[in-house]
Design a protein around this ligand. Sequence first.
Ligand code: URA
Length: 410
Amino acid sequence: MNMLTLIEKKKRGEALSEAEIRFFITGYIGGEIPDYQASALLMAVCFMGMDAAETQALTQAMAESGERADLSGIPGIKVDKHSTGGVADTTTLIAAPLAAACGVPVAKMSGRGLGHTGGTLDKLAAIPGMRTSFTVRELMRLVERVGIAVVGQTGDLAPADRMLYALRDVTATVDSPPLIASSIMSKKIAAGCQALALDVKFGSGAFNPTPERAYELARTMAELGRLSGVRTTALITDMNEPLGRRVGNGLEVAEALDVLSGRIAGGRLLSVALALAAEMLTLGGIAPTPEAARPLLMRALQEGRGMEKLLEMVAAQGGDAAALERPGTLWPVRRVEEVLAGRDGYVARIDARAVGRAAGLIGAGRFRKDDVIDPAVGVTMHCRLGDAVHRGDPLATLHINAEGHAAEAR
Ligand code: URA
């Protein structure tokens, strides 16, 4: 078997066998298959797709590419959540601590930013001292002690996804349903969660353009979960505008803190986070239905228990929890630039992908695998779909530290 034949086969739209898919995954993580051949195969998958059997084989091969966590020693149903990727989507930092505060053991494996979308690991990296790299044993201890851990893929859990994820990010091979489904489900299976709440997004800032495509992806992932014994539910949510108001790593942590502390008391970010947390409570057996979970979550939010849980998690993972009380001083920006409305009217469309890309261009994203992210930069949105605006009103603020791409970002 050789890689060139696999690339040729997929380029012609033929299905790869399970053995061929395993050959690719083993060879890539072992360093025998170079990035350029892996990229060519990924691009062929983007164009030609994969059928259900290939997607299942890819997911299994990736899940088995490293160690698998056994969290059965921790009492309770271990629940994870995952989003297919969006802009200003900080729901993990709100939903996961709220669910943990209500008694759901949360073992969450997160990723870095991908394409124009943000990633929880990059957001957590904005917190001074915060560690997200742990061994499986350490992950178990954190969940036992704190009730929640949000970690990255350690070298030993689904390393194939960690490597392919970084490669897809810089080769424009993210928005392929089988690659997204296998990426998400392989790491969830490897991380040993028993149940999973998915947030499958559609719209201008998502990898799925339409609700129909999001629904298809949700079905594929639920089936992959079922085949591996992970109870999976999915919400289909709208990403036709940034979910929160702030885009950028430090800015998004600050927004999550504002929501958990009650400084932001409404809005779509909170409502999607509560809907996901309600799914987590239901999957975790804390509430019989998402509706019944709502009052428990609202009480935890109002009593500040979500905030306490987030700070406890940050401290347990080595982060400076006290510094989070003063986020304005944590991530100083040198310069801000306003984007103003050119005329009177209504906001009819927001290109959320362009907003995510703009944040990336000024330093919140990566263009090469090892680009370093600036936690202070990003975009604050001042308008939402349907808002009336007057000429000269600020639509968005660019938070800029380095010179360079601000003009392109505008
Ligand atoms: N999240 C992931 O973990 N992988 C993807 O491919 C997309 C979103």
